[in-house]
Ligand binder design. Structure first.
Ligand code: ZN
Length: 256
């Protein structure tokens, strides 16, 4: 018999109740309800025909920063003006209630942080800061946010050495931040429950983390519209909207 969504949500609630250390792993599907497209998938707006693996790459940023900023500008505009959705808020509530130890996100939009999540690793960086590739100075994006939102912008440059700044997001061709990844892996290896929410687990090495949790004996809950490569080993797979399913789970959990 195929379990109903209702039954699957109740089963997820029971797994959280029986867990001592749960970690959430989130991806682009988390923010679609906030109006942010998955920038790693082709088919969005102006870049419909562009392969994100090419345009969102370190090579393009280095060789043609204008082209890179032309690509990132509409995306940054959407991210700066978006608001956290009930899914983000549910994960923050799950942490506050003591049912979630750590959140690992592939998203760069800072919506988890704005929703109130605290113990968090943004393994692909975030748009909140930019750094100088030459001297390493870091700047808050607020300092050039207005410029970034203009149609014709001067590219943000380092006040120390005039180099063009790079937003602190991990591009294709770039290595994930070592310390953040290391801490995320530690959290993964000490969890007994891994919730995958809004990720199709297609971007590696990030998508290795839930597999690592599974190999280490953690139960998996996967909530995503599309199939993932770990569906067959997950305890619960919910083909649902995370912005609806997560609040439903949180709403049924008592306070710890
Ligand atoms: Zn500099």
């Amino acid at each position: 018999m195929i379990a109903s969504e209702e039954q699957l949500i109740n089963a997820a609630v029971r797994l959280f109740q029986g867990s001592d250390s749960a970690v959430a792993f989130t991806g682009a599907g988390m923010s679609t309800a906030s109006g942010i497209p998955d920038f790693r998938s082709p088919g969005t707006g102006k870049w419909e025909n562009a392969d994100p693996r090419e345009v969102a790459s370190l090579t393009v940023f280095r060789n043609s920063p204008e082209e890179f900023y032309e690509w990132v500008r509409p995306l940054a505009q959407q991210m700066f003006s978006a608001a956290p959705n009930p899914g983000h808020r549910a994960l923050a509530a799950l942490e506050r209630a003591g049912f979630l130890t750590t959140l690992i996100t592939q998203n760069i939009d800072q919506l988890h942080r704005r929703a109130g999540s605290k113990e968090m690793f943004e393994i692909h960086g975030n748009i909140g800061t930019a750094s100088c590739p030459s001297c390493g100075c870091t700047y808050a994006s607020n300092q050039f946010k207005d410029d970034l939102l203009q149609e014709e912008i001067e590219l943000p440059t380092c006040t120390q050495c005039r180099c063009i700044l790079k937003l602190d997001i991990i591009l294709f061709g770039e290595i994930l931040p070592e310390k953040t990844m290391c801490n995320a892996q530690k959290a993964v290896l000490s969890c007994d429950l891994m919730l995958v929410a809004g990720s199709s687990l297609q971007v590696f090495p990030a998508a290795d983390l839930p597999a690592m949790a599974h190999r280490n004996g953690a139960s998996l809950i996967i909530i995503n519209h599309e199939e993932t490569y770990l569906d067959s080993v997950a305890r619960i797979v919910l083909r649902a909207d995370v912005a609806k399913a997560l609040p439903a789970i949180v709403g049924r959990l008592p306070t710890r």
